[in-house]
Design a protein around this ligand. Structure first.
Ligand SMILES: *[C@@H]1O[C@H](CO)[C@@H](O)[C@H](O)[C@H]1NC(C)=O
Ligand SMILES: *[C@@H]1O[C@H](CO)[C@@H](O)[C@H](O)[C@H]1NC(C)=O
Ligand SMILES: *[C@@H]1O[C@H](CO)[C@@H](O)[C@H](O)[C@H]1NC(C)=O
Ligand SMILES: *[C@@H]1O[C@H](CO)[C@@H](O)[C@H](O)[C@H]1NC(C)=O
Ligand SMILES: *[C@@H]1O[C@H](CO)[C@@H](O)[C@H](O)[C@H]1NC(C)=O
Length: 239
């Protein structure tokens, strides 16, 4: 049961967050939900209103997907995804705002050290292009791991299948420049060193797409190889 009271939208034209009625993306909604827990991020503030609470959360954390704001205490508690729990959340601490709430029925939320992701592993084997377009067809993207926490989340999900899976990373556009498939941002140089298997990427035989193997890490492979893949439901980035 969810009851939408109002929304906070980022309006690119004014470069402002406004309380208004609008459609995703960049929307927070206040929800009345039973039995959810907010995965808290590391900081909480005092803010004059919920709009500035939303703004600060979004500008500070890439993973700001929800927050609790209390009109009474003006306390703004930033958080990432909500996770289902058996106990009711502490509704006395304020109103719960969320950007997408639960993962859809077909995705599971997994958390690691304050980071969270909605993901789903597909075990049928397809090439990179088909994997990417299937994720898009279901409103998702190939999984990305722009943090080591998200690498752990993926690792724990795929360790059981002990096989390499497609994730959303490739250098199809420019050889040697790896980009995340969801938004085209480049792979951080430090992560490139730490996340790839030793000796990779090697572009052996023009390999432009990246897979993750639980026992080894990232490896560049030929995009036409068929592998299981992982989709991620993206909770909207700041414009
Ligand atoms: C937020 O900060 C206040 C004041 O420092 C503290 O009392 C409260 O426990 C904090 N809440 C969370 C969820 O960290
Ligand atoms: C919420 O949790 C309480 C306590 O575990 C339980 O009695 C109640 O049925 C739950 N509500 C929902 C909607 O799951
Ligand atoms: C979940 O997956 C099933 C089967 O693929 C599909 O029919 C259904 O629409 C999906 N549900 C949602 C909420 O996406
Ligand atoms: C996982 O696969 C690798 C390579 O195929 C194999 O060497 C290893 O023993 C496997 N591990 C498990 C736990 O099955
Ligand atoms: C990927 O698979 C699809 C469907 O089988 C095929 O049409 C496409 O040409 C393949 N692409 C690559 C790069 O192998």
């Amino acid at each position: 049961m969810k009851q939408i009271k109002w929304m906070i939208c980022y309006v690119p034209l004014f470069q402002k967050f406004l309380a208004c009625v609008c459609h995703p993306p960049n929307v927070f909604t206040t929800l009345t939900m039973e039995n959810v827990t907010l995965v808290p991020l590391t900081w909480n503030w005092t803010e004059p209103n919920a709009v500035s609470c939303a703004r600060n959360c979004l500008l500070t954390y890439r993973s700001c997907y929800s927050f609790i704001y209390s009109k009474l205490t003006r306390r703004c508690i930033s958080g990432s995804w909500l996770i289902p729990s058996h106990q009711s959340r502490d509704i006395h601490s304020g109103d719960l705002y969320t950007k997408g709430a639960f993962c859809g029925k077909n995705f599971t939320v997994k958390t690691e050290n304050g980071f969270a992701a909605c993901l789903r592993v597909f075990k049928n084997k397809v090439n990179y292009t088909s994997a990417r377009s299937h994720c898009k067809d279901i409103g998702a993207e190939l999984y990305t791991m722009k943090s080591f926490e998200k690498k752990s989340i993926l690792h724990n999900e795929v360790i059981a299948i002990n096989e390499s899976v497609w994730i959303g990373l490739d250098d199809l556009k420019t050889e040697g420049r790896f980009e995340w498939a969801d938004d085209g941002t480049p792979l951080d140089a430090d992560m490139k060193i730490k996340m790839f298997t030793k000796g990779e990427p090697n572009n052996y035989d023009d390999e432009d797409c990246v897979s993750y193997t639980p026992s080894a890490g990232l490896d560049d492979r030929s995009c036409s190889f068929k592998k299981p893949y992982v989709c991620e439901l993206k909770p909207i980035s700041l414009v």
